[in-house]
Design a protein around this ligand. Structure first.
Ligand code: MN
Length: 501
């Protein structure tokens, strides 16, 4: 049985303390959810509410705001109990309800059949588009994290399906939002189910190496602390770091599974108050331990494309062992662990806008990788939004995707459409002949009229006739896409021309 959890764990885990009013509200959400889920059990045998508390705890650890925590505790109430969104709204207000509604909708997106990169990319986009508020995505990631931690209680088929979906959709999204902490654990959980043999092998290597490494690491931490403090460097933290197993495996694969060729298996992380302290600490360490040529990286002056900042160096440490050292400020540290979520921790002090969130770093001279395209597009759009907090909150909604919906073909391909698009738009988006020959449509296996408004995430099936057929002129009254309009007009003109002859 997993360890039980209580509401006070959420408070004690908080990266940013809650006010007593906030604590009261969170506790109230807990009582409400516990009542609603009463009698329901998780597959692990624990009360259902334990899941809700774990999700809340993860979010509190990464510094999310009280409303997000409240929504996360209540996130499964509308789906799994008798209580409606309206009742939640009455008790907890519109913003919390809006978040919960978003989470429920997101839950309906599932990885289907095909696995081509373009499909996966669209699925990730769709996920973000449907969320509309980035906090919804973050709650969903925490929800998935707890489900992954407790995956052992499900059937082997479900384990595989959920692990694959997590690896293909959730982990990449966590990565894009810069939440390394969640990304790393999600990947490790998936790794265990998707590649059990490699997982076991990697785990063994890590355990063997780290067991002997741990004592060494503790000694190094003490040594470094002494050296730095003697030079009056103000240390916030200095710790030894172990690598996530999946990432270690990726590295091992590059080096024929030879662990001695991995230099950052033992890494020491040094957190200091100011940027100047980072460089000073680096100088002191290089004076004491010889750095390895070509391994000094200044990601403070030249951040990585995803915004990551730190100084990295690899040195020949005591006993001739090679170790990696990362030096950063607290803020850089939080951003690298919690990504976009770190923003909430700094909101109150700095009152930043989305603009600051994305633009405070110096531009990187290297072009961002392709997968960051949507982030770039989001940034472009965000350039236009405002300065104060109200506008900032508005900005949380992913307006970039507003007015877009995504629907699936029965084979699992994703078709992007404007809002209020109809099955005829969908048909022409697939192929002009599918459009021309359309006679009926199904949405999620139910017959719908041809002017039906497709909902986000629906599977649309177009019924067609074999013989050649011209489109109906009436369709022009309701189609939304210019593709459909121009195909219909073209086909009608063509037909008129033919009959005149
Ligand atoms: Mn859940």
């Amino acid at each position: 049985m997993p360890t039980p959890i209580t509401i006070s764990d959420i408070f004690s885990a908080a990266a940013r303390p809650f006010s007593s009013d906030e604590q009261k509200l969170i506790a109230e959400a807990y009582r409400f959810a516990a009542d609603a889920h009463r009698g329901q059990k998780r597959k692990s045998g624990l009360d259902y509410i334990s899941h809700c508390l774990h999700v809340g705890k993860t979010l509190s650890e990464i510094g999310m705001d009280a409303k997000t925590i409240i929504a996360s505790i209540l996130h499964d109430v509308p789906e799994d109990t008798e209580i409606t969104l309206a009742e939640i709204e009455k008790k907890f207000g519109g913003e919390v309800t809006y978040l919960i509604d978003g989470i429920t909708k997101l839950g309906k997106i599932k990885l289907r059949g095909t696995k081509e990169e373009y499909y996966l990319e669209n699925l990730r986009k769709m996920f973000l588009a449907m969320a509309q508020d980035i906090r919804v995505v973050i709650i969903k990631l925490a929800d998935r994290l707890h489900n992954m931690r407790t995956l052992e209680y499900l059937s082997p088929e479900k384990q595989l399906r959920i692990a694959r979906e997590t690896m293909e959709v959730y982990a990449p999204i966590a990565n894009r939002l810069g939440i390394g902490e969640i990304k790393g654990e999600l990947e490790d959980c998936c790794f265990k189910y998707l590649e059990p043999e490699h997982y076991a092998e990697t785990k063994k290597i890590a355990e063997t190496y780290l067991r002997e490494g741990e004592e060494y690491m503790n000694r190094i931490v003490k040594l470094f602390r002494g050296v730095l403090e003697k030079e009056k460097i103000r240390l916030i933290d200095i710790t030894g770091r172990t690598k996530y197993l999946y990432r270690l495996y990726q590295k091992l694969k590059l080096h024929d599974m030879d662990v001695s060729r991995i230099y950052d298996l033992i890494a020491i992380r040094i957190v200091v108050p100011e940027i100047a302290d980072c460089y000073e600490a680096l100088g002191i360490i290089h004076r004491e331990y010889r750095p390895m040529v070509g391994r000094i990286k200044d990601y403070i002056s030249l951040p990585k494309p995803n915004g990551y900042q730190s100084l990295h160096t690899t040195v020949f440490g005591p006993d001739g062992r090679i170790l990696e050292i990362q030096i950063r400020t607290q803020k850089m540290h939080d951003e690298s662990e919690y990504g976009i979520a770190a923003h909430w921790m700094y909101t109150e002090k700095a009152r930043p806008s989305w603009r600051n969130l994305f633009f405070r770093r110096k531009a990187s001279p290297t072009a961002p990788p392709k997968e960051l395209t949507w982030v770039r597009q989001l940034k472009e759009w965000q350039k236009e939004i405002g300065r104060d907090d109200k506008e900032f909150l508005e900005g949380l909604k992913i307006e970039f995707f507003k007015n877009h919906i995504f629907a699936f073909t029965p084979k699992g391909d994703i078709i992007e459409l404007p809002e209020e698009a109809t099955p005829i738009d969908f048909a022409y988006a697939i192929h002009s002949e599918v459009g021309n020959r359309a006679v009926g449509a199904k949405a999620d296996r139910k017959m719908v009229p041809l002017d039906y408004h497709i909902q986000n995430g629906q599977v649309i099936e177009i019924l067609t006739v074999k013989e050649k057929k011209k489109p109906s002129r009436d369709w022009l009254n309701f189609v939304k896409t210019s593709t459909a309009k121009s195909h219909i007009r073209h086909e009608l003109r063509h037909n008129e021309f033919q009959s005149e002859k």
